[in-house]
Design a binder for this molecule. Sequence first.
Ligand code: AMP
Length: 198
Amino acid sequence: MRLILLGPPGAGKGTQAQRLVENHGIPQLSTGDMLRAAVKAETEVGKRAKAVMDAGELVSDAIVNAIVAERIDQADCANGFILDGYPRTLQQADSVGEMLAERGIELDVVIELVVDDKALVGRILKRAEEAKAAGEPVRKDDNAEVFDERLREYYKKTAPLIGYYYAKGLLQGVDGMASMNEVTKQIAAVLERTAKKS
Ligand code: AMP
């Protein structure tokens, strides 16, 4: 199964992706996690991405496309993967389509977590508080000011992907405002229907 989780920051993509990893045994490919690892390791990519990420803006398509292309060729992706936080622009969507076509594989489904904007900033602040309480590092972009910019970037650059994948017949929406377990159930139902079709 090859799927994309789509939704604004704080929609719950990361949490649901982790549950899919456990339940389906396919890896989560989070470009945000990969970029944060690059920043931490102070690689060339990390150095270029850091300021952009701290400001809540999007890293260049060329950088993220390259890291995803390299990642999907690794052995653990052979039976599928969950794209979390990628693609985030129409250019990235075209690029992932080409990447998969070159490898003779296809996307099975794009799952949109449909959420109410007003709830999102609260979720992000809660995530920051929980990380702090657990003694874990708090993401620099998990604060109200940067969050506004991340949401603007989402509407400007990522939301057009909803129409893009709808037109391809790949889009399935789930209610991202339901409880975490309910969202997990809805995603499982989508995947079951998708598996039956293919
Ligand atoms: P995330 O963990 O998905 O919220 O991503 C954190 C930050 O990493 C974003 O605000 C962007 O700066 C950067 N980022 C992650 N994924 C992408 C992507 N697909 N395209 C561009 N920038 C990205």
